[in-house]
Write a protein that binds this ligand. Structure first.
Ligand code: TPP
Ligand code: MG
Length: 383
């Protein structure tokens, strides 16, 4: 135990014999300082704020990012309208946050592992999860989580921050197997207030794991605003307690997000340990289709964020470079709509699972109470 011994001057005696530290005015000094970098490449009007990373000079790369973001947005709008007409379950819109998932997923290797919350449709679409699967999942059918493309990616995690711990487990396995792979965990601002998150950050740091945490800071956790969630000045600084770097980026700037993700993923892949990116964005829509943000959010807050829109920003950038046109936009929108409609039709044609399926994959042998419920679900007697 630490004991304080008063002897003219205050002295602090530590456990280890002989280790006596002076503690007085002359010992009151700064022993560590920390800084959090902020990264932005494109301002809200799509203008570069400085030299751009080389990928941003590549028309093919930049238009591919744009196309995926527009597809995500088209999908998102359609999902909401399907829910409104009773053809989809509760759905969490990612409107306005497309640059985060797209930017991060676009620099992951195929065999890296993505673990996300429920709001990262942009990342899933880039990774090759089909639109039909996403519809299926939000239609209440868990088979939509069995991604036909990125099979090793984790299913959507609705339990806030639980997947941060899973990501650390995945990264531990990668490290033990000496695989040059990275686990990427995307979670919300609210999730960073949970114990799971802090525990994950701690282990990631001390074991120097190949994991990158990406915080989609959309400024709200349902009805709780960012300032009421934590007194920390940034969410990026939460990495510092874990002993690694956290960087804050403009999450509506795809170039900044992609560059930060490139750096962090590369560092993690080459043995440099974990990273954390706080991507500042805004939740343009309701929390989910079951929510009404109009009841708790200042009236014009969302419309004030409109000018920072990530899709419009990238479009302006492409226009300025002469890489895009009205004609191309028209064709893209038509293609996206057609793809989404096709996926919707395929989703609606899926034969629903048997009600009993919900009992089938948790236990090898069902406990008697659940066996009885399964029996009822199967149309049997409740005796
Ligand atoms: C462990 C747990 N507690 C509470 C909830 C209920 N819940 C669903 S979403 C949410 C807010 C999450 O906010 P944030 O992490 O910022 O993510 P966002 O929804 O804004 O993307 C809460 C508390 C939950 N899903 N899991
Ligand atoms: Mg949030």
């Amino acid at each position: 135990m630490t004991t304080l011994v008063k002897q003219g001057r205050i002295r602090v005696k530590r456990k280890t014999p002989g280790e006596v530290f002076e503690c007085g005015v002359d010992a009151d000094r700064t022993i560590a300082t920390f800084a959090v970098r902020y990264l932005q490449h494109l301002d809200p009007s799509g203008q570069p704020v400085g030299p751009l990373p080389s990928f941003a000079e590549d028309a093919e790369v930049m238009t591919a990012l744009y196309k995926s973001m527009v597809l995500t947005r088209t999908f998102d709008g359609r999902a909401i309208s399907l829910q409104r007409t009773g053809q989809l379950g509760t759905y969490p819109s990612c409107l306005g946050q497309e640059a985060i998932g797209t930017g991060v997923a676009s620099v992951m290797a195929d065999d890296d592992v993505l673990l996300t919350t429920y709001r990262e449709q942009a990342a899933h679409i880039w990774r090759g999860v089909t639109l039909e699967e996403i519809f299926q999942y939000w239609g209440g059918d868990e088979r939509g989580s069995d991604f036909s493309g990125p099979r090793r990616d984790f299913p959507v995690c609705v339990t806030i921050a639980a997947h941060a711990v899973h990501a650390v487990g995945v990264a531990s396995a990668m490290k033990l197997r000496h695989e040059p792979r990275v686990a990427v965990c995307v979670l919300g601002d609210g999730a960073t207030s949970k114990g799971d998150f802090y525990e994950a950050v701690n282990l990631a740091g001390v074991w120097r794991l190949p994991v990158v945490f990406v915080i989609n800071n959309n400024q709200w956790a349902i009805s709780v605003p960012r300032h009421a969630q934590t007194a920390a000045e940034t969410l990026a600084q939460k990495a510092i307690a874990g002993g690694f770097e956290g960087v804050q980026v403009d999450g509506n700037d795809i170039v900044a997000v992609r560059q930060a993700a490139t750096d962090a993923i590369e560092t993690a892949r080459t043995g440099g340990g974990p990273g954390l990116i706080e991507a500042l964005s805004y939740r343009m829509g309701d929390h989910t289709t079951a929510d009404d943000a109009g009841r708790y959010r200042p009236k014009d807050e969302a419309s004030n964020h409109q000018s920072k829109d990530p899709v419009a920003r990238l479009r302006a950038f492409l226009d300025d470079r002469g890489w895009w046109s009205k004609e191309k936009e028209k064709t893209l929108i038509a293609k996206c709509k057609a793809r989404v409609e096709e996926a919707k039709e395929a989703y609606l044609a899926i034969v629903p699972e048997e009600t009993t399926a919900m009992f089938d994959h948790l236990y090898e042998t069902l406990p008697p109470a659940l066996a009885a419920q399964r029996n009822i679900a199967a149309g049997g007697d409740d005796e």
